[in-house]
Design a protein around this ligand. Sequence first.
Ligand code: PEP
Ligand code: MG
Length: 580
Amino acid sequence: MREYRGIPASPGVVAAPAFVLREEEELSVPSYVLEPDAIEGEWDRFLGAVDKAKAEVEELRDRARSTAGEEQAAIFEAHLLMLSDPDLFESLQANLNATYRNIERVIVEFERELVEKLAGAEDPYLQARAADIHDVTRRILSHLLFRERFTLADLESDIILVARDLLPSDMISLNRARVKAIATEAGGRTSHVAILARAFEIPAVLGLGELVEEIRTGETIVVDGDRGLVVAEPDTATLARAAAAQAAAAALERELAGLRDLPATTVDGRRLLLKANIEVPEEALAAVEHGAEGVGLFRSEFLFLQPGHVPGEDEQYRAYRRVVETMAGRPVTIRTLDIGGDKVLPELGALDEKNPLLGWRAIRFCLANREVFLTQLRAILRAAAHGDVRIMFPMISSPEELERARELVVEARTECRRRGHRVPDYIKVGIMIEVPAAALASDILARRADFFSIGTNDLIQYTMAVDRGNEKVAYLHDPYQPSVLRLVKQTIESGRAAGIPVGMCGEMASDPSAAFLLLGLGLEEFSMSSASLPAVKRLLRSVSAVEAEEAALAVMSMSSSAEVSAYLAARLAAIGERQR
Ligand code: PEP
Ligand code: MG
């Protein structure tokens, strides 16, 4: 038996055969035979991808020239030459015509032969050229394959997906019925892969370090998403424990299902709102089934990360309307496009940046791309004619951004009317508080926001200066750090002082112990993945607001995260005892 420890990212225990994405290019590059009349179109597809690759490399060259100097820029010049090399084109076209294989496969085979030849050479110059060829072909392939990970979508039997890392777009396109669990070397609890795994109720362990080279496709492994453990070559006792854990989880789910229609009211009568975070419209049904009183966060960018194309206004409108109708009168908060960071979207010009998390992300990207933003705002406003819809802006870091974004809502409404669409006269416009600057200026922002929703995933990332997807620093992504708690408290207080509702849609809200503390700090709305709702509701229904306030007071004077966790655990254990 071999055990690997990682970060428990999505609960549940599963035993199944592993499917290892060992070499990304090998497994995610599809291989199929073309009809003779499809060859020409295939070649055009290749040329289109080359054009996109060239545009990207030109941008990289220019950036390198202004920031790193001529030597760096020369590397990209060499890549550009390769992207226009007639010999290269001739060889690829000849292979395509001879084999009738899809162009991705032709490229991979061509590259393998060439790189093997060059890499075996003694000459360091030729070895370096092998690396350049690899880079250039990767770039072309990424445009050809962008969001077309056939193997992940087309899996035909139940598997546990093992990979070095996954992209949010991989998660969106994978076959959810077949992927029974996920184990990756990279990633943290609040990375988007983890969030999507929880949303899709797929057990996951991330941040496992070396794993891909250790596991073989086809061997049975156990993923324990509760404890953050992966076991290869499990013995019979481990398999029996996995089966027992599955049965226990199903029993708990049945028990918690009884809470579905009960309100989230504390024993002393404080009524709280429990809402769901969703990523794709289909999830709205699960939200209703788990008793959500609304959608507190619709991560609309995942519509844009679906395989295929960028959705236009009508398509977005239909998606938003579908959520609004499924929620049947319950409020739906649609967060505007939060791309950039780990969610690159080359079609819209949101590329990988040198410092993506501090770059052209979320509201910054939208304000700079007015048409993209106005299109989305119009779609949201039109959907708002069908129910209670609210708009929420991500990653606000200054009052000016909020002001400009609000102006664009007015502009979008005017345009909708001009086009004859029915839109409401008034719509609530709120913001996420997920940057320390926003928390610190929350009193100012509260004057122009109709509500706040605290996004602790990013708030912790930016407060602690810790990439939320990097397993090596995951221990610092900790909601109980005194710095983080102070920002959360300050935000809640600013919102309350201004008379606007304050909720939380970051992962912190989905942890029952943290929910107890947040209740004590005055939080009114808790939004989380649907599957987490029942356990948080059970906790909130079993405590009093007064005792939570007392606990919060004590916590705010503590000087370490460990002290906070230990204290909350002891308080909740005592409450559990009291109820027996
Ligand atoms: C957050 O940052 O806490 C949040 C809810 O947004 P996301 O996880 O999508 O960045
Ligand atoms: Mg965020």
